[in-house]
Design a protein around this ligand. Structure first.
Ligand code: FAD
Length: 703
């Protein structure tokens, strides 16, 4: 059996062209801010970011009559438009196979702990609608002849709720949503970077007023940095994840997210200790996840030292060829690193081994033209000698070809085509890769309507900290769609939908004046700190000391360094880099703040006895767990077990003045026994009371 897919079909799913943006509206007025002539725009709602989440919100807001504008650093930048894997995954309720139970699905979504039970249910129950509406907009999700969605099993997914359009699912999502936003004539301000959130009022009355942006391409003599102000009653942060926080990263270039923005606005963040790391090609080349069929074909993995000598390093870790090959295969659907999977010769031992090779300065490669070499003293690789789950998967897939490249061509020709688009022919040459940061599970704390702790400010997509410790593959894209719709429903229920209703004729520009002067103060030509030094320092610290292996001492030391760096920035400012781009300078400063916030949370977690969970192994000489290689225990990687109590709570970080403050709160609970009753509950829907009835504070159990 072989799959013969015409080249034109492969092209359409791998080379996804994006729509051309229309002209943008001009500013309503100009104002003198910071001594410059600055355009001031007004909208009922501003969405920051044009990834899959932001575009979903914009479309849903426009459909509800909200005067919405999109502000984006890069229209088709960010992870939705530029990232993927062999089959980039969308996680939704199972429609084809055994049907689904939303309560069970919610339990699976929050299985790793530190996730609100109501949020998990919202994501589960909203997933069917998210998927159906994407299909309505033209997303080509694969179906069987009876209309059921084709599905498979992915990370943290025992049921098989994953589906995919191929390597570029999220880019296709961006495309169909962008087309819809354009059809609805949503104003789109491209190359516009939000650098400060504006607020008015104080205490409980404090609320969003708008944002200050920098439009570097719009610099002029009267406005040499390209400042622009957007005033709005509601703001939706959909700026994605902080890809620039780590050096070893599979995020596309230039992903800064909104952690720094939120910290400066006094907004609470949650679960910053939770990330995802796994194998992929780095952003220095073409960043892409090596999950699914890339590893399920069982390519030969080896490293090369400076002298060009090859090392068959996995053979030092696994006891037999069968064990080695079966665990390489399992990285396909156990893709993220997980400490407990290093034990008992499990699949995360592969990540540990790769991590050590990279640390030792050797370059790790995946060769699709060679089957794995055997473990010395054992039998050679044979498709017939694999663990039973692996053998049956490959046999069901008809993947009995002699070489990994032929198995890949058979199971997923798109995955070969994809790299070819970026001038890498994996059919001809090996692929260099590493263990990289791939996702931030934490972020801005939100309630079930996506509301943050700042009135009028919402967060969705990777910007929101809605995921717990683990998330099923595809749950990130689903959450962005579900919460993109939820925030629009909530904002649509408010009075302040339009610009006219959204603001008085007289606007207080004092917050914008203050924000611009603070930003200008950051840039100090004679500062010893350059933008590049700042990037290198933050990224190296995060990758070396807060990656998959952490220890109490290294995290505490890293936190002190991060605090010192932010102190230095406050005292001396930052010297602009070669480009003189003020937006980048502010974003690097935001990364320094984000790094301190993450390390503060991590240090607190470890100090409170926190053990290994999700993305990180907490190494400790007194730890109860120890991974083994074929040669014996790896004492250096002895790690603490997870304390199950920590699953029931979440860690919050907030910036007050220059200090990061920490608190914890229990997960919001969901009473699965409390069934809705139509006649009783209908009036809440009819009167819009549902928008308040479910009002739970983003950073606490009850508002
Ligand atoms: C390699 C890789 C593979 C992945 N695979 C999967 C998968 O299979 N399934 C899954 O569910 N998830 C996956 N993820 C995660 C998922 O892709 C992201 O979580 C998701 O795309 C985020 O969408 P978003 O809309 O929140 O942010 P993004 O798509 O990152 O969009 C952010 C937007 O904000 C803009 N922006 C950023 N900062 C600013 C600013 N200051 N001002 C103005 N605009 C700004 C950017 O230009 C961009 O338009 C993967 C991630 C990676 C890196």
């Amino acid at each position: 059996m072989s799959i013969d897919v015409p080249q034109s079909i492969l092209d359409a799913l791998t080379d996804v062209e994006m729509p051309k943006l229309g002209p943008e509206p001009s500013a309503g007025r100009m104002a003198r801010i910071g001594g410059f002539e600055v355009p001031v725009h007004r909208a009922g709602c501003v969405v920051v970011g044009s990834g899959a989440a932001g575009l979903r919100a914009a479309v849903e807001l426009a459909r509800r009559g909200v005067e919405v504008a999109i502000v984006s650093q890069s229209a088709w930048g960010g992870t939705s438009a530029c990232s993927g894997s062999d089959k980039q995954t969308l996680h939704t309720a199972n429609t084809a196979d055994q049907g689904d139970n939303y309560a069970a699905m919610a339990r699976a979504i929050r299985a790793g702990g530190a996730m609100d039970e109501d949020t998990a249910y919202v994501e589960a129950v909203g997933s069917a609608r998210a998927m159906a509406s994407l299909q309505y907009l033209g997303l080509p999700l694969p179906q069987d002849p009876l209309g059921g969605t084709l599905r498979y099993k992915t990370d943290h997914d025992e049921v098989g709720r994953a589906t995919s359009c191929g390597p570029r699912t999220s880019r296709l999502m961006v495309k169909v949503l962008a087309q819809e936003a354009m059809r609805l004539q949503v104003p789109f301000f491209n190359q516009t970077t939000a650098v400060r959130i504006l607020t008015t009022g104080a205490g409980a009355g404090r609320q969003v007023q708008g944002i200050v942006t920098i439009r570097t391409a719009q610099r002029s003599a009267e406005n040499p940095h390209g400042f622009a102000v957007f005033l709005c009653k509601t703001l939706v942060l959909a700026a994605g994840g902080p890809g620039e926080l780590f050096r070893d990263s599979v995020f596309p270039n230039g992903c800064f997210g909104s952690i720094g923005l939120a910290l400066e606005a006094g907004i609470s963040l949650v679960n910053l200790t939770e990330n995802q790391f796994g194998i992929g090609t780095r952003r220095e080349g073409f960043p892409w996840n090596l999950s699914g069929t890339y590893v399920q074909t069982i390519p030969h993995i080896y490293s090369v030292d400076a002298a060009g000598t090859e090392h068959h390093f996995l053979a030092q870790y696994f006891r037999t060829t069968q064990e080695l090959a079966s665990n390489v295969f399992r990285k396909g659907y156990q893709w993220p690193f997980h400490a407990s999977r290093m034990l008992d010769f499990g699949s995360s031992l592969v990540d540990l081994a790769i991590h050590r090779e990279t640390e030792a300065g050797r370059r790790v490669q995946m060769d699709f033209n060679r089957n794995p070499l055997g473990v010395p003293g054992d039998l050679p690789f044979d498709l017939a000698r694999l663990d039973s789950d692996v053998r049956s998967y490959l046999s069901n897939a008809g993947a009995d070809q002699a070489l990994p490249i032929d198995r890949l061509r058979h199971m997923n020709p798109l995955s070969i085509e994809l790299y070819r688009r970026y001038k890498v022919d994996i059919a001809a040459e090996p692929l260099e890769f590493a263990v990289n940061h791939q996702h931030m599970n934490g972020g801005i704390a939100v309630d079930v309507w996506g509301r943050s702790t700042l009135a009028g400010c919402y967060a969705i997509g990777e910007a929101a900290g809605t995921h717990g410790v683990t998330r099923p593959g595809g749950a990130a894209l689903n959450a962005g769609q579900v919460f993109g719709t939820r925030v629009a429903e909530h904002i649509g229920s408010l009075d302040a939908k339009t610009e006219a209703a959204g603001g008085a004729t007289h606007v207080d520009l004092a917050p914008a004046q203050q924000a611009v002067s603070q930003i200008l103060n950051l840039m100090q030509a004679d500062s010893p700190l350059s933008v590049q030094d700042l990037r290198d320092e933050v990224q190296a610290r995060m990758s070396d000391k807060a990656g998959i292996f952490c220890s109490p001492d290294t995290v505490a030391g890293a936190l002190n360094e991060a605090r010192a760096l932010n102190g230095k920035i406050r005292a001396l400012g930052i010297a602009a880099g070669r480009t003189g781009d003020l937006a980048r300078l502010v974003q690097r400063q935001h990364m320094a703040l984000a790094s301190e916030a993450v390390l503060t949370a991590l240090d607190h977690y470890i100090g409170a006895g926190g053990g290994s969970r999700g993305a990180r192994a907490i190494c400790d000489p007194a730890g109860e767990c120890i991974p083994h290689s074929a040669a014996g225990p790896l004492e250096q990687y002895r790690f603490r077990k997870e304390d199950p109590q920590h699953r029931a709570e979440q860690i919050l970080v907030r910036m007050e003045g220059a200090a990061m403050t920490i608190s914890t709160r229990p997960n919001r609970a969901l009473d699965e026994g409390a069934k809705p009753f139509f006649e009783r509950d209908w009036p809440q829907w009819l009167t819009g009371a549902i928008y308040d009835a479910a009002g739970l504070a983003a950073d606490g159990p009850a508002r």
